[in-house]
Design a protein around this ligand. Structure first.
Ligand SMILES: Nc1ncnc2c1ncn2[C@@H]1O[C@H](COP(=O)(O)OP(=O)(O)OP(=O)(O)O)[C@@H](O)[C@H]1O
Length: 246
């Protein structure tokens, strides 16, 4: 269990009865079918499930990158869903760190300037300095490098520094360790755990057994529906899916 420095009842992220309906031509998909979840400050929650279960759709709705068709998302007690896109972006900039599978770095800016860009967008509350953030992810010596000059592991760590630059109450990560070797994966997961220990609510969409292992709770998504599962059940299901894969 995590050593929490904050009261365990303090919910930073709440989703209530989320639905997401897509229509593409003739095809209609109900990607989320009434998903409710809560993540407390200091908690790390893994979201697992087969391909197409709705994991990325859920993360987009939680981050305010997408609008649910029904239901509500609250971050730090503030409703982020059902608002104009600019307001969602403003709330996201203040409360949420997002780590997506695609790089969140601006290609022509150095690592330091990428972190500075997010850091300077948030004013009026204490946060780690840009230098501290780069040191936290072990990139102090690569501050002036451009994204294309970084290795895969360094890119992932730079992306994490950007996601953490606004001192988010909630950190949402979609497959943050997907392409990484075991050592870098453990390093990234440890950094996420460290943030949770400082009071951040961390939610990780993942296929990784290691990410499931370090999570306090696991939520299984299947065909747009969510249920709590145990770490060992989730790992067994992941092993079965892995064994069944061609
Ligand atoms: N923009 C969209 N338009 C139409 N259908 C979509 C859209 N985005 C997602 N879907 C559909 O919603 C369902 C859930 O997709 P989603 O990407 O959330 O699944 P996932 O669990 O993240 O899958 P994976 O593990 O493969 O990334 C799928 O059937 C997908 O085809």
């Amino acid at each position: 269990m995590n050593t929490m420095l904050v009261p365990p009842s303090d919910e930073a992220l709440t989703a209530r009865e989320l639905y997401r309906f897509f229509r593409a031509g003739e095809e209609e998909t109900l990607a989320l079918r009434g998903v409710s979840l809560r993540v407390r400050r200091g908690e790390t929650v893994a979201v697992v499930g087969p391909s197409g279960a709705g994991k990325s759709t859920l993360l987009s709705c939680l981050a305010g990158l997408d609008e649910p068709s029904g239901g509500e998302v609250r971050v730090d007690g503030v409703r982020i869903s059902h608002r104009p896109e600019t307001e969602r972006a403003r709330l996201r900039a203040h409360h949420i760190g997002v780590l997506l599978q695609t790089s969140n770095l601006v290609a022509h800016l150095s690592v330091r300037d990428n972190v500075r860009l997010t850091h300077s967008a948030v004013r009026g509350r204490p946060s780690a300095s840009v230098g501290d953030l780069l040191a936290e992810v072990g990139l102090a010596g690569r501050a002036h490098a451009l994204p294309r000059q970084l290795s895969g592991g360094e890119l992932a760590r730079a992306g994490l520094a950007v996601a953490l630059a606004n001192s988010p109450a909630v950190l949402l990560a979609d497959e943050p360790t997907g392409e990484l070797d075991g050592g870098t994966e453990r390093m990234i997961l440890q950094m996420l755990r460290d943030r949770a220990a400082l009071g951040c609510a961390v939610l990780i969409v993942t296929h990784s057994a290691e990410a499931v292992r370090i999570a306090d709770r696991v939520i299984a998504l299947d065909d747009g529906r969510a249920h709590e599962t145990t770490t060992s059940q989730a790992r067994t299901q992941q092993q079965e899916a892995h064994d069944a894969a061609p």
